[in-house]
Design a protein around this ligand. Structure first.
Ligand SMILES: [Zn+2]
Length: 238
């Protein structure tokens, strides 16, 4: 049997070679993923000079929900220390429609930049919001490929913690999000979904393509750092 296997004994991986190809961008960006920058700068200015509808303080290690109507502007500011945030979105009138981080990543990139949009799940696939300002935009992409505001990951949760450590734990971004949607919106744990990971600096290692983050993110994100996004239609955010 082994004689025709090129020296491979059946254990481990058989050596194979593959032809080299140049990478191609998978998606041609649809027109609806490319906003008119002047128009959106004007919308941002109009909102910033308008009235404040609501101010929500989200204490650290907790979650809160808020509602936005079409055209509302949301400013998320780091008001204490150096923090990151996991953002979820639902259509206010149909919570089956919610943020789709994977498709947002394909239509834009792993880390969102100003004028990128946040897309909803299938079969809806609509821009739920548009990112219109980032006080940290100048960070760009560093020499390790790290950048801010990713749509790579999921959210930390106690189930994965137990899988890795074998220990029980109560207290994670997932449990905070779950508590807030149940108590404030009557939604369920299953409604919590993959997040827009704002203010965190993340990337992928070059060789093993594993996700990394910087423990030193407090060096990048400080008090007063903020982002702005405009709501595409009536939505709940968390
Ligand atoms: Zn977390």
């Amino acid at each position: 049997m082994a004689a025709n296997n090129g020296g491979w004994c059946g254990r481990g991986f058989k050596h194979r070679t593959f032809p080299k190809h140049s990478p191609l961008i998978c998606y041609n960006k649809p027109a609806s993923a490319q906003v008119d920058k002047t128009l959106y700068d004007d919308k941002r200015f109009k909102s910033l000079t308008g009235e404040i509808v609501e101010t929500v303080v989200v204490p650290k290690r907790s979650a809160r929900t808020w509602t936005m109507q079409t055209g509302d502007l949301c400013r998320i500011t780091v008001s204490e220390g150096s923090q990151v945030g996991d953002v979820n979105f639902w259509n206010l009138d149909n919570t089956k429609e919610r943020f789709y981080s994977g498709k947002t990543r394909q239509l834009h990139s792993t880390h969102l930049k100003v004028y990128d949009r946040l897309w909803s799940n299938l079969p809806y696939l609509r821009p739920m919001a548009t990112f219109v300002y980032d006080s940290l935009a100048a960070y760009g992409i560093d020499e390790d490929g790290g950048s801010l505001h990713d749509v790579i990951g999921t959210r930390c949760d106690d189930y994965t913690y137990k899988l890795i450590t074998g220990n029980d734990r109560v207290g994670s971004c997932h449990s905070s999000l779950t508590k807030a949607v149940i108590e404030e919106r009557g939604l369920k744990e299953e409604d919590v979904h993959d997040v827009w990971n704002i203010f965190m600096c993340t990337g992928f290692t070059r060789v093993s393509i594993e996700e990394f983050c910087y423990i030193q993110c407090f060096l990048i994100v400080g008090y007063g750092s903020y982002i702005l996004y405009l709501s595409g239609y009536s939505t709940i955010f968390l």
